[in-house]
Design a protein around this ligand. Structure first.
Ligand SMILES: [Zn+2]
Length: 205
């Protein structure tokens, strides 16, 4: 999907000039939509701004990601803070074994089905994908229109957002597509990632 598509969609929905470039007006409109008021100049009574720092919980997860993806994840947390939305990176790399254990849940093990991907069939298995959570202070908010705002910010940063997926939408999910996979389907990209994983080649070279 075109990187600008989300920003264009947001601009169109909000009745702004559609150019695919998220200016302050787009963010202000997103903020207005989410909080029902204009963003305060100084932070006001809203969550404190990150001073160029990402929280420790996020950093632990970010450390599991490919180096190319880490700066994107940090930028997403900090850009979210700029529009007074607190997010944390809550899930990063999953090994094939961890993915298989997750896949077994609701199938050969108890619990509800949480994934349709076996080991090697999720972008999480290669450290190119991560999931975020929206927070109010310490409280995790699993569903909120704020996820859509974060999706638009992620697209601006060059990330792919799970909220854009046609079949199963996954609003907390972001991934960084390697350049060689620019025109690949998801299936083709995963096939090449598995081959690189097997041979120990890098994912972004
Ligand atoms: Zn995910």
């Amino acid at each position: 999907m075109n990187v600008d598509a989300v920003v264009r969609a947001v601009q169109k929905e909000l009745g702004l000039f559609v150019d695919g470039k998220p200016g302050p007006k787009t963010w202000e409109a997103i903020y207005l939509r989410v909080f029902g008021k204009k963003p305060p100049e100084d932070g006001g009574d809203l969550p404190p701004r990150f001073e160029g720092q990402v929280d420790g919980r996020s950093e632990k997860v970010i450390a599991t990601l490919q180096p190319e993806v880490r700066s994107h994840a940090r930028a997403l947390v900090m850009k979210a803070a700029e529009v007074r939305i607190t997010i944390k990176v809550i899930s990063g790399l999953r090994t094939y074994a961890e993915q298989n254990a997750l896949y077994a849940q609701g199938r050969t093990k108890s619990g509800r089905i949480v994934t349709n991907a076996r080991g090697g069939y999720s972008n999480h298995n290669f450290g190119i994908a991560f999931d975020i959570g929206v927070f109010d202070g310490a409280e995790y908010i699993p569903e909120s229109p704020r996820y859509k705002a974060i999706g638009a910010i992620g697209a601006d940063l060059g990330l792919e957002w799970g909220g854009n997926w046609k079949t199963i939408q996954d609003e907390p999910h972001f991934q960084l597509r390697p350049r060689w996979a620019a025109n690949d389907t998801e299936k083709e990209m995963l096939g090449e990632l598995r081959a690189r994983h097997a041979s120990g080649r890098g994912y972004f070279t």
